[in-house]
Design a binder for this molecule. Structure first.
Ligand code: DOR
Ligand code: ZN
Length: 359
């Protein structure tokens, strides 16, 4: 990454509409209590992932989970959790219709069974969920897709590209009215596919995939806190992601995929996938956008493109970032309960853009 610290021409202060996070894991119980304040500090709304144990399948599960999230927020915080349902082969279109009519359900998440954390109840055979997807298309409700095949014969670094060929492209052809968000896109293939679609298709990009490539994960020792799914790819893909995020193209917007796991479950022989970026995401993004001389595109990426795709107004409230001369201080661990903690993403460089005001 370029270090843009001494670029005197760049603005030192930036006020944007308050951002939203279009892909977030808040978990439940003690972990929810520990992390709820982190995202709600800077973000007004977030699409909440439903991969709890057991998953959030029915609308009443989503309503109960929303209540638990609201109860976990720090006092006086204004934050709207946008709830999703976890798609299973037994999901009920009538339950979906009710959840949408109630203004509760904002999207449905498709996990191919076995693709990632708590995805075992996901979809094995897309045929079985076609009636549900048709109901979604009628409702105009976005489908958020974890875009990786689970075929053991497919190399982990190729799973996104193969998913596009085998699943996503045929689904688009078969049901072009279905609005789809390709979540946490990590490859040029994914970006090109989104760009090739005339309408109804977008992608979220995470903070960490704009910063790390697979060398950061593997060179000089395995770094469990850089392990997530989809796994970070080659540098050429990271550069393509940065180009897309900073382009202003309305089809690309922020979904941090901030995914807390207790530190000891990541620093393990079989470590969990997930990177926790909630505390320093805005500082990281300002750094990345400044290095591309694209600070003027940050608001589109974090605050405008997502609401437009989801058919929601952009936030009226604002967030101000200020570039300071001393590095931004942020905790490297967030305490959970007992001696457990969550490790905060280390971008590998100092951050100088501080969030000064989020109101
Ligand atoms: O790295 C990941 N962690 N990728 C996912 O798709 C799920 C997430 C989690 O829930 O921990
Ligand atoms: Zn996720």
């Amino acid at each position: 990454m370029n270090d843009a610290r001494n670029d005197q021409a760049a603005p030192q202060r930036l006020t944007i509409r308050r951002p939203d996070d279009w892909h977030l894991h808040l978990r439940d119980g003690a972990m929810l209590q520990a992390v709820a304040g982190e995202t709600s500090r800077h973000f007004a709304r977030a699409i909440i992932m439903p991969n709890l144990v057991p998953p959030v399948v029915r609308s009443r599960d989503a309503a109960a989970y929303r209540d638990r999230i609201l109860a976990a927020l720090p006092e006086a915080v204004v934050f709207e959790p946008l709830m999703t349902l976890y798609l299973t082969e037994a999901s009920d279109p009538d339950d979906l219709r009710q959840g949408v009519a109630d203004g509760l359900v904002r999207a449905v998440k498709l996990y191919p069974a076995g693709a990632t954390t708590n995805s075992d109840s996901g979809v094995r055979d897309i045929e079985k969920v076609m009636p549900f997807l048709e109901a979604m298309a009628e409702l105009g409700l976005p489908l958020c897709v974890h875009g990786e095949v689970t075929d053991p014969d497919i190399d982990i670094f190729d799973r996104e590209a193969v998913f596009i060929e085998r699943v996503l492209a045929p689904l688009r052809q078969r049901l072009p009215e279905l609005r789809i968000v390709m979540e946490h896109v990590t490859t040029r293939n994914g970006l090109d596919f989104v760009r090739s679609q005339a309408q109804g298709m977008a992608a979220t990009l995470t903070t960490h995939h704009l910063i790390i490539n697979r060398n950061h994960l593997l060179v000089g020792g395995v770094r469990p806190h850089y392990y997530c799914l989809p796994v970070a790819k080659r540098e050429e893909h990271r550069l393509a992601l940065v180009e897309a995020a900073t382009s202003g193209d309305a089809r690309f917007f922020l979904g941090t995929d901030s995914a807390p796991h207790a530190t000891h479950t990541k620093e393990a022989a079989c470590g969990c996938a997930g990177i926790f970026t909630a505390p320093n995401t805005m500082s990281c993004l300002a750094h990345v956008f400044e290095a591309e001389a694209a600070l003027d595109k940050l608001e589109s990426f974090t605050s405008l493109n997502g609401p437009a795709f989801y058919g929601l107004p952009a936030n009226e409230s604002r967030l101000t970032l200020v570039k300071q001369s001393a590095p931004v201080e942020y905790p490297d661990q967030i305490p959970v309960e007992g001696d457990q903690s969550v490790t905060v993403f280390d971008p590998g460089f100092e951050l100088f853009w501080a969030v000064k005001d989020a109101s």
